[in-house]
Design a protein around this ligand. Structure first.
Ligand code: SAH
Length: 220
């Protein structure tokens, strides 16, 4: 089925107004970025008709592309102004990375599932995003060679915030992460770094797939 681009752009616009702006996301730059990125190019072909609906969608390998509103909210919490270097853990489809790339200088994103890292890399290249660097690996370790980051966003739930991520956050940086377990409660949490201190602000209940790898052995 071929759905025309004008129609999709209209759906995208409606998504921004009804699902995102009306729920309280105010940052115009974030809203504009979401208006620009063709979310339907980040979902499997059979889900294109649902790409602008108000829920997460499967992207293969048991993983999901987050609900549009959640992507917007996490992005807004990073308070990006343009010059930042941002680390994302959990590339998935590459959609969140694409949004971030329009709002900061450089995006570094780590994906645990190699095949997802590969398809996201190709997709982002094809769509012309030049300031996104994708790597396959365990995001628990962050990306030490490129640290520090003014913003870090983790798009999988974790019972604890990995120490390497905290260590790689710049002074006054923001770290946004769903804290909680796979089947228990999860709270989207904003950590602000103030020197050696991290001030945690709970934002709202969320539901994410779990962060895998090292953190699973490390969470007692
Ligand atoms: N941000 C994505 C959605 C991510 S879903 C998007 O915009 O599409 C969560 C992703 O985190 C999945 O792709 C999953 O494979 C990945 N993931 C899980 N554990 C990880 C880890 N330890 N390091 C990096 N990525 C991880």
């Amino acid at each position: 089925m071929k759905i025309d681009e004008v129609y999709l752009a209209r759906l995208r616009s409606a998504m921004v107004e009804q699902q995102i702006a009306l729920r309280g996301v105010r940052d115009q730059r974030v809203l504009d970025a979401i208006r620009k990125v063709p979310r339907h190019m980040f979902v499997p072909p059979e889900f294109v008709p649902e790409a602008y609906n108000d829920y997460p969608l499967p992207v293969g390998k048991g993983q999901t592309i987050s609900q549009p509103y959640i992507v917007a909210q996490m992005t807004e919490l990073l308070e990006l102004k343009r010059e930042e270097r941002v680390l994302e853990i959990g590339t998935g489809s590459g959609y969140q990375a694409a949004i971030l790339s329009l709002l900061c200088a450089e995006v570094f994103t780590v994906e645990f599932v190699e095949e997802l890292a590969r398809t996201a890399t190709e997709r982002l290249k094809e769509l012309g995003y030049r300031n996104i660097h994708v790597r396959a690996g365990d995001g628990y370790d962050g990306w030490p060679d490129e640290a520090p980051f003014e913003g870090i966003v983790v798009t999988a739930a974790t019972p604890i915030v990995p120490e390497p991520l905290k260590a790689q956050l710049a002074a006054s940086g923001r770290l946004v992460v769903p804290v909680g377990s796979e089947f228990g409660d999860q709270t989207l949490t904003l950590y602000r770094r103030q020197g050696r201190e991290f001030k945690a602000v709970p934002i709202e209940p969320v539901r994410f797939v779990p962060l895998r790898g090292k953190v699973e052995k490390n969470d007692e």
